[in-house]
Design a protein around this ligand. Structure first.
Ligand code: F6R
Length: 257
């Protein structure tokens, strides 16, 4: 695992945008795996501004989002499809038919099989962007998820529902189920880029990087992936024991590249 510790959320967005842009410049027809939530909002903002400055092009790219709420219309303001349109897809030149988000209104079993098949027929995911739940989830693979799981329906934990309640109006029925890429699906991405910011993520970051691999800390499975970059701010990295080493490695890399 490469652990990059930056000053703040804006530096996390810049460093992550750099990785994504490098991917698209090197391989314009890349298949991207994308995440929603608060953490990648600044990353998408940075990508939009680099696109507007002519530094990156999405014309040949394809994308697959990690997850979507079950029973939610794509036009609902809290659907992950809506989030992606608003923060990225409507603002860059990605082909609308090349963007996939699981369909929350479809028959879940059929939709999960379709999604897996679509990823396979696109040639697999080249670069998967992940956020991190404060309970250690990736996608909506909540603690105790099978580390070999595929795209499927998951019941959200009460913690996750509470964490996401901020996005829903008081009168709205908040979804408790989601379709999510499985951990096995995520682990097949050729490269993984995980972003985490804020002190509320520090415990999950510690478990992911320095804890034992365990279904109770789903992100810890990334220790088995050969190409993972974690981009953290100082608050999210604050509980890591080997911080000096991670900084040292980055210093050495900077001198050799
Ligand atoms: C979103 C997703 C989730 C979030 C995680 C962190 O597509 O898959 O795993 O990345 O819940 O969310 P934020 O960034 O809102 O803290």
């Amino acid at each position: 695992m490469r652990v990059v510790i930056t000053d703040d959320a804006s530096a996390v967005a810049n460093a992550s945008a750099e990785v994504l842009c490098r991917q698209l410049v090197t391989a314009p027809a890349s298949v991207l795996g994308l995440a929603t939530g608060s953490t990648p909002v600044m990353l998408y903002k940075e990508l939009v501004s680099r696109y507007q400055a002519g530094q990156v092009c999405f014309a040949k790219a394809k994308s697959f989002n990690l997850d979507e709420y079950v029973g939610i219309d794509p036009s609902h303001p809290q659907s992950y499809r809506h989030f992606m349109q608003q923060h990225l897809f409507d603002q860059v030149n990605i082909d609308p038919v090349a963007t996939q988000v699981p369909q929350g209104l479809a028959d879940p079993k059929i939709e999960c099989e379709r999604y897996e098949a679509a990823i396979t027929s696109a040639g697999g995911i080249d670069l998967q962007v992940l956020g991190l739940g404060s309970n250690g989830h990736i996608g909506f693979n909540e603690p105790t998820s099978s580390l070999a799981s595929r795209t499927r329906i998951k019941t959200l934990t009460e913690d996750t529902i509470a964490a996401n309640a901020r996005f829903f109006e008081a009168h709205e029925q908040q979804p408790t189920l989601a379709l999510t890429m499985g951990i096995g699906t995520i682990m097949e991405a050729r490269q993984i880029l995980l972003l985490a910011t804020g002190e509320h993520k520090a415990k999950a970051v510690k478990a992911m990087v320095e804890g034992p691999v365990s279904a109770m800390a789903p992100a810890s499975v990334l220790q088995f992936h050969q190409s993972v970059t974690l981009v953290l701010d100082v608050a999210a990295a604050s509980l890591l024991e080997a911080q000096d080493y991670y900084h040292w490695v980055e210093k050495m890399r900077a001198q050799t590249t």
